[in-house]
Design a protein. Structure first.
Length: 151
């Protein structure tokens, strides 16, 4: 299959989400190391694995469109992880700081998914996958908000 203009637009959407999932996975792995509460560590590990799975699904779609998937996250994602290091180091309550950053990251992910979802509305398989991933991220956001209330 040759990459057409339409395919390129879809690939760009998928690449954007792929990189965001690489960023999220790396972020979850990073903060998992800093978390103090065992249950929080486990939850963060599950979220990292979930984002890895999302990345694998997106990677597969990109390959089906005869394109080469991105292999890493964004510069902005790297900068955010550096900020998390500083914030958790300076925080009196590391787990609360982690939860705050999880909320910020998940909100940004939901916004990105909503933006990209509108661009693939004519492609049911791709649209469905992106929608399902977005619903999972929204569920994670609701969970992390509840965890923050308990912290």
């Amino acid at each position: 299959m040759e990459i057409t203009k339409v395919n390129k637009e879809i690939v760009d959407v998928l690449q954007e989400l792929l990189q965001k999932n690489y960023d999220a996975e790396a972020g979850y792995k990073q903060i998992m190391q800093k978390a103090e509460d065992g249950l929080l560590k486990n939850w963060l590990q599950v979220k990292a694995k979930q984002r890895s799975q999302f990345a694998n699904e997106l990677d597969g779609l990109i390959r089906q469109l005869n394109a080469t998937p991105a292999t890493d996250g964004t510069v902005l994602g790297s900068m955010h992880r550096a900020w998390i290091d500083v914030k958790t180091t300076l925080s009196a309550n590391t787990d609360e700081a982690i939860l705050e950053e999880c909320i910020r990251g998940e909100k940004a992910s939901v916004e990105e998914y909503e933006k990209q979802l509108s661009k693939v509305s004519n492609y049911s398989d791709i649209n469905m996958l992106i929608y399902q991933q977005m619903v999972s991220i929204k569920t994670a956001l609701n969970t992390v908000k509840k965890l923050e209330d308990l912290a």
